[in-house]
Design a protein around this ligand. Structure first.
Ligand code: SAH
Length: 365
């Protein structure tokens, strides 16, 4: 059998899988049967799929595969956070992080190998960029984490939330990310409610609009600065999609989602973006959108030029926002002892482009 013609099941969302079976002149409900085995039971061995005829099982085994990234290592933090390094091809690895909390378990999923954006405080961006992840490489992170946490057989799944906040800019890998999120939300897939799947973007405006039309998920926006002058430096994609355009896109997104709040992420960089004046400017900016704010203490990495704001400064910044009626929480740093915290994911990236040139990023979605 020629492996290049093999279909990988994990690349197919439900509509694609139904189409796949119709193409084989099989009933589309085969998709239902297989998805239940794979995503509800965690079974990828055709021999165990007993409600499918032997003949069809054999045919499928010849034509298709369940190909997943390979786990290279697992690290467990003192606080229970786990980080997996996953090999996706000969040269490249990405990272996935599981963050257990009292009332939920969150998986932080990567969407690209490295990142083409060059946010000045993020170590993933410093790795350069290799390629987009495929649907199977994205949904495979969730499937593998469920298996590793021994969660397939549990009544209550351990992973209750997914955040597209790992390596990469998800809106620059739009189609694959949306298909993978379909599988996360699908009741024949992981059956995670749409509010518990969050996509985080550095602010790719056309991608936000496309997402509003195509997929129902919660949105987080990495704002990090309340004005263009500062944001141009911290999040250079701002030069293509400045704050006014970004906020307008956020308003449109919120409108589509019955005014569900958008989460604005704001990394706390000592002496850079953490003054009282900046907090007030931020509150003013967010008055026009249903907003929540997540303040993220800066996580240092080797060679980083910033330091984290003091706890007092973070509290003061939060209090100003709260006084203006904005729900604001300070994100607890998790897994930093294993470099699993926000902005610390590096994987193993053979950069093919150091970063995309600004001209290439312009107006790209
Ligand atoms: N590219 C997407 C997804 C990454 S999400 C985005 O920008 O939203 C990861 C979050 O962690 C983003 O808000 C990112 O800006 C933030 N982050 C990056 N580096 C960080 C660091 N060193 N310390 C704290 N937060 C960081």
């Amino acid at each position: 059998m020629n492996s290049t013609t093999t279909t990988n099941f994990f690349d197919l969302n439900q509509p694609a899988l139904r189409e796949f079976f119709s193409g084989m002149e099989e009933k589309p409900y085969r998709a239902t049967q297989i998805m239940k085995w794979v995503y509800h039971q965690g079974i990828t061995d055709f021999d165990k799929m007993t409600d499918i005829s032997k003949g069809l099982r054999q045919h499928l085994a010849e034509q298709t595969a369940f190909k997943l990234p390979e786990i290279v290592s697992q690290q467990i933090s003192d606080d229970g956070t786990r980080k997996w390094l996953l090999r996706i091809d000969d040269k490249n690895c990405v990272e996935t992080v599981f963050i257990p909390e009292k009332d939920r378990g969150t998986l932080c999923v990567s969407s690209q190998v490295g990142c083409p954006l060059d946010c000045s405080f993020c170590s993933t961006g410093k790795q350069g960029f290799n390629r987009n992840l495929s649907v199977s490489e994205i949904i495979g992170q969730l499937w593998l984490a469920n298996r590793e946490l021994d969660s397939f057989q549990q009544q209550n799944r351990i992973i209750t939330n997914v955040v597209m906040m790992g390596m990469g800019e998800p809106l620059l890998n739009f189609d694959n990310v949306v298909k993978a999120m379909d599988l996360m939300k699908d009741d024949l897939g992981f059956n995670i409610s749409q509010k518990r799947v969050t996509l985080s973007t550095a602010g790719i405006v056309p991608g936000i609009d496309r997402l509003a039309e195509t997929s129902k998920v919660s949105l987080a926006v990495s704002l990090h600065a309340p004005n263009n002058e500062l944001r141009d430096v911290l999040v250079p994609i701002n030069r293509s999609y400045p704050i006014k355009e970004l906020m307008a896109a956020c308003q449109r997104y919120a409108r589509q989602r019955d005014d569900d709040p958008i989460t604005f992420e704001y990394v706390m960089l000592g002496g850079i973006n953490d003054s009282k004046a900046e907090a007030k400017q931020l509150a003013k900016l967010l008055a026009s959108v249903p907003a929540k704010v997540n303040l993220i203490p800066f996580n240092p990495f080797p060679g980083s030029e910033y330091k984290c704001s003091s706890i007092e400064t973070i509290d003061q910044f939060r209090d100003i926002l709260v006084k203006q009626g904005i729900i604001t929480i300070t994100r607890k740093t998790r897994g930093d002892d294993i470099d699993a915290a926000c902005g610390q994911l590096v994987g193993q990236v053979v950069a093919r482009a150091k970063r995309l040139q600004q001209s290439q990023l312009n107006r790209q979605s």
